[in-house]
Design a binder for this molecule. Structure first.
Ligand SMILES: *Cc1c(COP(=O)(O)O)cnc(C)c1O
Length: 390
């Protein structure tokens, strides 16, 4: 199944493989290896002369179904699935780069990605320069002769800053570098970076692709040529997605469009209410006209997505009061779940940054991030109102 179908249809039906039993729902293939019909077939499979499964570190039919479906949703030639989003990010670097090369990355990316780039890749001779996600000119200035990768998340965490993906793609192309977009916050239901000129899309499938907080997973998508090195790393090093997790995520994709619409609708309503609340100093939500990149977001994304950040007066004490007054919302750092989650970034996800780094990134002590779920928005609002009005 290809581009001739709409995204909603592809999310439900693309990539399905049927076994000899002709099952309707996608099967979970729990097997670590596959049997050959002859010694000659085994040899042909190992040589790559005949397509087919060999060993589940390399491929598994359930994982293949997920990869095919996700590739259709992102409009990519090929998808390689991983055991987590971080494994997908590591494999992207390992597949495409070598020692002595350079990354230009947004300063507003997932905390573990910063740790990976700065503390681990630095030891192997890959250097990273961090720049503003919203200033394409800064990316142009940061380019060096050895720059091979641009890395961005849009919208960013937790402030939902929106990057101009087409502009960054053009700068990367001119520099002879590849643009990788971590599309975790939007999913392909809201944003397709490859259509905007990006070379690579990365997912933490742990978030909206699963959508119900059950399993870890990751994926890298792009051209067949770029994915060859990424797949070779997977096959050799083994950060393989389990068949069970692939099956859970595959079934999660069937409701992706519906969920992203509902997350966005709830988030927009909540953000508008927060913006009018006297105890709230500021709200960041790409779907609100007050958002600094609202026009760009509405061009680039179908809707504003499910993440809302807001700042309360009174710093950490006030923010913690709002969080501790919640009876419904879950206090957890995860996101992309049917259950609404609430986080204090300064003391949790971003606590490893210095106070100056946090100030530079705009993460104040009064900042709260809500990953809006699928409950009634009235109930979510009432839960937050209790702490705000205390
Ligand atoms: C969670 C997350 C990751 C890491 O994914 P894991 O599945 O936890 O390894 C990467 N990028 C973003 C934007 C995330 O939110």
């Amino acid at each position: 199944m290809t581009e001739e179908y709409d995204l909603e249809t592809l999310a439900v039906r693309s990539g399905t493989l049927r076994s000899q039993f002709n099952e309707h729902s996608e099967a979970l293939f729990l097997t670590s290896s596959f049997v050959f019909e002859s010694a000659a077939q085994a040899a042909a499979r190992f040589k790559g002369e005949e397509p087919g499964n060999i060993y589940a570190r390399f491929t598994n039919p359930t994982v293949t179904m997920l990869e095919t479906r996700l590739a259709a949703l992102e409009g990519a030639e090929r998808c390689v699935a991983f055991s987590s989003g971080m494994a997908a990010i590591l494999a992207t670097v390992m597949g495409l780069m070598k020692a002595g090369e350079h990354i230009v990355a947004s300063r507003s990316i997932f905390g573990s990605t910063v740790q990976l780039f700065s503390n681990i890749l630095g030891r192997f001779g890959i250097e990273t320069t961090y720049v503003s996600p919203t200033e394409p000119e800064d990316w142009k200035r940061a380019v060096k002769p050895n720059t091979k990768l641009f890395f961005v998340e849009s919208p960013s965490n937790p402030l939902t800053e929106v990057s101009d993906i087409a502009a960054l793609a053009a700068i990367a192309r001119q520099a002879g570098a590849r643009l990788a977009v971590d599309n975790c916050f939007c999913s392909p239901a809201l944003q397709r970076p490859l259509d905007l000129g990006a070379d690579i899309v990365i997912h933490s499938a742990t978030k909206y692709l699963d959508g119900q907080g059950r399993v870890l997973g990751g994926a890298v998508l792009g051209s067949k040529e770029l994915m060859e090195g990424v797949y070779t790393f997977l096959r050799t090093a083994g950060p393989t997605l389990s068949a069970f997790n692939a099956w859970v995520i595959l079934k999660g994709l069937e409701t992706l469009s519906l969920r992203m619409e509902a997350h966005s609708k709830n988030a927009l309503e909540l953000a508008a209410w927060l913006e009018s609340h006297p105890k709230v100093e500021r709200v960041w939500y790409p779907g609100l006209p007050s958002h600094p990149q609202h026009a760009l977001a509405m061009r680039q994304q179908k809707t504003g997505g499910g993440i809302v950040a807001f700042e309360v007066a009174g710093g950490q004490a006030a923010a913690w009061r709002v969080i501790d007054a919640c009876r419904l919302l879950s206090i957890t750092a995860n996101l992309g779940d049917a259950k609404t989650t609430i986080t204090h970034p300064a003391s949790t996800t971003h606590s490893r940054m210095t106070a100056e780094q946090r100030a530079f990134a705009g993460i104040s002590d009064g900042l709260i991030r809500v990953a809006v779920g699928l409950e009634s928005v009235r109930d979510i609002r009432n839960d937050l109102a209790r702490g705000l009005e205390a």
